[in-house]
Ligand binder design. Structure first.
Ligand SMILES: [Zn+2]
Length: 341
């Protein structure tokens, strides 16, 4: 059929309408995908008022200041978990002042036991006593601000074994108003942090920068792995709880960590906001010696594999450097690392 000028125009209009509709649907669809991909993460920092290879008060003060300043700069809420045994490590009033800074910054504090011992070593009664011993200062600081102590984080993520021990600990925690803070992203930052301290105290700038680069690359890759694990297990992105430690490494890397979260489409939220995700109602079905993260606990209970083929351990040289600084204390630097850079 020979097309007249009018039908050509009509067809062109139809095509244009179809094209507009197609583009509109595409925008909607891509918007929906973008929204679905946007995730949330609660940042948690263990071992307050700070973890360092060589305990030194100015160094600990500095890392708390830098960490808190960075978190505030990037509007990233955080919860810090305290070991009150560390308060007496050097200067108690200054250590307590470091905890106060977390509350002054608008962040929350939780209990991480007094001594950071494992329930497997202490047994239920000993572990419970260690939790109770770990709360008076933190509870007092919170009470002074009309707030209550409600979060608990297990050291080494060891939750008690055998099952009777775990249940006894859980019953005590619940009766005393605690909520266990699970971990759904763990990028082994502690393993990088001590070699980093060591490099700083030896003024080995090339090594310090190399460790920092390795840490950030490993963190980004590990977050991506947890995101693939969440999809494998639940078919969606859960709201994550990320385990970090109050270290100089994280204080120095806070801008880069904020960038990584942005690139992974993760918006930092408060711990209670992340815990509102229904996934956390699954609780903790795992009973065993290992301090494994929660996606692994749930995968075992659901008999569903996580994407282990794409998992990567921390770089070999980092693991070796960590073992060296920990196993051979004779090799420790005598002086604390310098404050500032
Ligand atoms: Zn810890």
């Amino acid at each position: 059929m020979r097309a007249t000028g009018r039908t050509v125009l009509r067809d062109a209009r139809r095509w244009a309408m179809a094209l507009i509709a197609l583009v509109f649907c595409g925008v909607l669809a891509s918007g929906a995908v973008a929204r679905a991909e946007e995730g949330r993460v609660a940042l948690t920092f263990d071992d307050l008022p700070g973890l360092s290879l060589v305990p030194d008060q100015p160094y600990l003060n500095y890392l708390n200041d830098m960490l808190l300043r960075g978190l505030k700069r990037h509007h990233m809420p955080a919860t810090g978990f305290v070991n009150e045994s560390k308060l007496d490590m050097i200067d108690r009033p200054q250590q307590i002042a470091n905890l106060q800074k977390w509350l002054d910054a608008g962040f929350d504090l939780g209990n991480h036991t007094f001594s950071h011992d494992s329930p497997d070593e202490l047994g239920a009664a000993g572990y419970i006593a260690d939790i109770a011993r770990g709360e008076p200062v933190t509870r007092g600081l919170l009470a002074a601000r009309h707030r209550s102590l409600s979060w608990f984080r297990h050291p080494y993520l060891e939750t008690g074994f055998p099952e009777a021990v775990k249940l006894e600990i859980n019953r005590w925690l619940e009766a005393h108003g605690y909520r266990v803070a699970p971990v759904t992203i763990d990028a082994d930052d502690w393993e990088f942090a001590e070699p980093y301290d060591d490099a700083l105290s030896r003024h080995d700038e090339a090594r310090r920068l190399r460790i920092r680069r390795q840490y950030l690359a490993y963190t980004e890759r590990t977050i991506a792995w947890y995101q693939s694990a969440s999809t494998a297990l639940f078919g969606r992105q859960i709201a994550y709880v990320m385990l970090l430690h109050a270290t100089r490494l994280n204080a120095d890397c806070i801008d880069d960590l904020a960038d990584i979260l942005k690139r992974r489409h993760l918006k930092p939220v408060r711990l209670d906001q992340a815990m509102a995700d229904p996934v956390y109602r699954l609780g903790d079905p795992y009973v065993g010696h290992d301090g494994v993260a929660w996606l692994e606990r749930w995968s075992e209970a659901r008999h569903r594999d996580l994407p282990w083929a794409s998992w990567q351990d921390p770089p070999k040289d980092i693991v070796e450097e960590y073992d060296r600084t920990n196993n051979d204390r004779r090799d420790l630097p005598a002086k604390a690392p310098p404050v500032g850079r």
